[in-house]
Design a binder for this molecule. Structure first.
Ligand code: TXA
Ligand code: MG
Length: 326
């Protein structure tokens, strides 16, 4: 079983494992990551092995600072501005790779672009100490809900890895927003922990969405699926359903709910994002066959919350093929 060490005492152990080509589960401000040295093929392969994730699904490379990022990818003025504004933080930029950057091709699945992010807290310090970028997908088995606590990581992956670094519950609770920068234009590949409106305000240009097809493979339907069925925009609650509530007004028949979690009593979308995965897991564990979800507004982080919920609700018989989910 994995050892769980508090972030304050885990640094040397984490470094030793990464130097040896092994993986470590680490806290970030978004979700827990399953990290391996992005320049070491053995370490990167271990990530796929532990997650049961298909090889050609590319990973995010995490950096300690902008200088490290610029050794890996080519930044135009717009991408640099976004990095300076939002890093460290929940923004991932997809950029052209700099040739000879030393990133193992398993990280990018052979693409000529790379997804880069600078995380806050323990992850950032670890990368700086290691002196090399860390490839890290969310620390969950392929197709499962992302983990926002060390306990959730250990319950899912504990038998397969040596170390989970415990930084407490993650503050954002949703994966990063992924933006592709192409020729002065921005495309939203995955809504996430920074609202699209905030990015547009900093960039001075609008984000385009969808249309060009699914470019972030984690964006397929039936991702993030809990065991229970998920019913969105529930106005009435049937007996025995679990209820994922939002705000201070309850859906009709809420007293019927077998279990209840409220994403945010005050209707705060940031709080709701931070609670989303942990509450879904709790309700799933309640054994209810269906999780009914009250309507959640689409503004700000509501876009990413609704995105994750609609994936969790996607019909399982139309599930994305196993080789397309992460
Ligand atoms: O907050 C996060 O982003 C977390 C933490 C650990 O940093 N990481 C995370 O990684 O969510 P993961 O692997 O679960 O999702 C990464 C997404 C996938 O949908 C992947 O397809 C996409 O990023 N991606 C990676 N490289 C890409 C590229 N070059 N072009 C387009 N999409 C890419
Ligand atoms: Mg993931």
């Amino acid at each position: 079983m994995a050892e769980i060490l508090a972030a304050g005492e885990a640094m040397e152990r984490a470094l030793a494992l990464l130097e040896g080509g092994d993986v470590v589960a680490i806290p970030t401000e978004t979700v827990y990551g399953l990290a391996g040295d992005a320049t070491n093929g053995v370490g990167v392969a271990r990530i796929f092995e532990v997650k049961g994730r298909p090889r050609f699904n590319p990973l995010i490379a995490h950096v300690a600072d902008l200088a490290m990022a610029e050794r890996i990818a080519l930044f135009d003025p717009l991408s640099k501005r976004l990095a300076q504004t939002f890093w460290p933080g929940p923004l991932t930029l997809v950029l052209p790779q700099r040739p000879g950057n030393g990133i193992h091709p398993l990280v990018t699945a052979g693409l000529d672009t790379i997804a880069l992010r600078m995380p806050k807290g323990f992850g950032g310090e670890l990368i700086a100490r290691l002196g090399r970028p860390l490839a890290a997908p969310s620390a969950n088995s392929s197709g499962r809900i992302s983990a926002t606590t060390a306990e959730a990581v250990a319950a899912d992956l504990g038998s397969k890895i040596r170390l989970v670094v415990d930084g407490g519950a993650t503050s954002v609770g949703l994966e990063s927003t992924i933006v592709k920068v192409e020729g002065g234009k921005l495309r939203l590949l995955r809504p996430g922990g920074i609202a699209a409106e905030e990015i547009e305000a900093a960039a001075g240009v609008k984000l385009s969405r969808g249309a060009a097809g699914i470019e972030a493979p984690g964006m397929l339907a039936s991702h993030y699926a809990p065991g229970a069925a998920v019913r969105l925009n529930a106005e009435t609650i049937a007996k025995g359903e679990a209820l994922l509530a939002f705000g201070d007004r309850r859906a009709e028949g809420w007293q019927n709910a077998a279990a209840l979690r409220n994403l945010s009593e005050t209707g705060d979308l940031r709080e709701a994002a931070a609670n989303l995965f942990a509450h879904m897991q709790d309700l799933d564990r309640s054994g209810a066959r269906t999780i009914a979800v009250e309507p959640i507004p689409f503004d700000g982080l509501g876009e990413a919350i609704n995105d994750r919920l609609s994936r969790a609700a996607a019909p399982r018989d139309q599930a994305a093929p196993r080789d397309k989910i992460d």
